[in-house]
Design a protein around this ligand. Sequence first.
Ligand code: GTP
Ligand code: MG
Length: 153
Amino acid sequence: TERTYIMIKPDGVQRGYVGEIIARFERKGNVLKGLKTFQCPKAVAEEHYQDLSEKPFFGDLVEYICSGPVVCMVWEGPGVVKSARKMIGATNPLESEPGTIRGDLGAFYALVGRNVIHGSDSNESAEREIALWFGGDDELVDWTPTITPWTRE
Ligand code: GTP
Ligand code: MG
């Protein structure tokens, strides 16, 4: 099954949205394979956002991600990369739809540089990011919920 890397950014943690965000992913029927709080070192944030290293906001972005604890998660489910991006909403909280995480939780401040959550944009990114943020398979648990026969055709 597909996996994705989801991270609650420092503003989401400070604003007390950890439980709300986890609940949304659970309700959607995804399975939590890994979870931890983490104080991100600069090098990890730089590697995570390496594709944006030429952008003028790159320095601020790295500083933001390292500005307080983040919550790192691996969620598994059919089509989870795409469905998570849909649940998260547009990058800019001003443009994210109501019902999405950024639309509901990020809109109050409406800052693209304070948008609460990260989600991988492809399967390749997901695997790269899981390897970057989690120390190895001993930090992840391979399990199947006992209700699975009732939630899959
Ligand atoms: P992530 O899930 O965090 O990867 O967001 P995204 O995929 O919706 O957007 P993208 O990968 O293009 O940008 C990564 C992050 O950089 C965004 O989530 C923002 O936090 C930040 N960012 C993007 N554009 C801007 C910008 O114009 N200004 C600032 N300050 N930050 C930006
Ligand atoms: Mg991105």
